[in-house]
Ligand binder design. Structure first.
Ligand code: TXA
Ligand code: MG
Length: 332
């Protein structure tokens, strides 16, 4: 099939209530017609996702937002002008058109317009808004390549639209525009600094996730983005951690030090494939670095923190690191 035929076919499948995997600039999404309850329910079943965790609705055109929401605040208008299409999801008060299954019964809906030609073309061809969570099993590492999607969900979707490797690598920034000031629910590659340059100060939440915060954005649970292997975050930057790696390897067995670039934007791009690779090395423990908590570094820290179930250790040197890792390993 030519690219145009694939787009056409994907649009027809979505209209018919089928599941279509779509590439986006962040991660791959498992898409369904957001207005078709039966189709939306298939997403939850395929992912093993609890029905209490709401979905993001994707649109191909800003004008379509008005069908999905009650009103668009001035801040939301400004943010859409500045960052759409792009990796920014806005929470707004929902309209009656959006089924409660999409929003997990909330009166708000998450909307975004992806910055990806294929995604936009497929949504356009479908002629409906497309609900799409990341195309992975619930709680697992998000997919940034078609192979990642197939490894987890093969057999549970009707079509996978191949768009190669996702360029950003971490999920969209989520901002709640129903509160004043707007509130950051998930950091992503549209940074706090960028958002504040458009709408002024926003509220950011502590990275330590309390039950209250989890209730605001259910996907923000510790333990999201987890490989099977235990992960620990070390309060060392990627260079310092890499420098300690040889000493750690000599002292301990079964430790895999994540090799991530110092540049947080590059780290975000490679984060999930690096975690997947590390998970495949048969190690007992994956050790991850920590980035400066600004810019895209905030998003990388967030995902690593969650993949480690909140296990972060502070160390000053390789010896302290070895001492901190030893009790996290099987007896050796
Ligand atoms: O980059 C992305 O956003 C990707 C691509 C596919 O677009 N999608 C994605 O979806 O990351 P998902 O389902 O993995 O994460 C959606 C997050 C969840 O944490 C969910 O709790 C939150 O969005 N969310 C959705 N609707 C919400 C709402 N009404 N209020 C608060 N949080 C909401
Ligand atoms: Mg997800």
């Amino acid at each position: 099939m030519s690219q145009d035929e694939i787009i056409e076919h994907a649009g027809q499948l979505l209209q018919a209530g089928k599941l279509v995997v779509i590439p986006t600039e962040t991660v791959y999404g498992l898409g369904a017609n957001a207005l078709d309850v039966a189709a939306v329910e298939k997403i939850f079943a395929a992912k093993g996702r609890p029905s209490t965790d709401p979905l993001i609705v994707h649109v191909a055109d800003r004008s379509h937002v008005h069908d999905l929401v009650e009103r668009v605040s001035e801040a939301a208008e400004q943010l859409m002008s500045a960052f759409w299409p792009g990796p920014l999801t806005l929470i707004m008060t929902k309209s009656d058109r959006v089924p409660p299954q999409v929003t997990a019964g909330r009166d708000t809906v998450a909307v975004r317009m992806p910055d990806h030609e294929l995604a936009l073309a497929v949504i356009q061809a479908a002629g409906v808004p497309v609900a799409a969570p990341s195309a992975n099993k619930f709680g697992r590492v998000s997919p940034t390549t078609p192979a990642h999607v197939a490894a987890e969900l093969e057999g549970s979707y009707d079509l996978l639209v191949d768009g190669g490797t996702c360029t950003h690598g971490v999920e969209s920034t989520i901002l709640d525009t129903t509160s004043t000031p707007p509130r950051l629910l998930r950091p992503g590659s549209i940074t706090v600094e960028q958002l504040e340059s458009v709408v002024g100060p926003i509220e950011t939440v502590q990275q330590v996730v309390s039950k209250d915060i989890a209730a605001t954005s259910p996907g923000q649970l510790i333990g999201h983005y987890s490989p099977r292997t235990r992960v620990v975050v070390v309060d060392l930057d990627p260079v310092a951690l890499a420098n300690a790696a040889a000493q750690v390897g000599a002292a301990l067995q079964g430790v895999h030090v994540l090799a991530l670039p110092s540049d947080p934007t590059k780290a975000a791009q490679r984060l999930y494939s690096t975690l997947r690779h590390a998970d495949g090395t048969n190690s007992d423990l994956i050790v991850a670095p920590r980035y400066e908590n600004s810019g895209v570094g905030r998003a990388v820290n967030d995902r690593l923190f969650r993949s480690a179930h909140g296990d972060v250790v502070s160390v000053n040197d390789a010896n302290q690191l070895i001492d901190a890792l030893r009790p996290r390993l099987p007896r050796q």
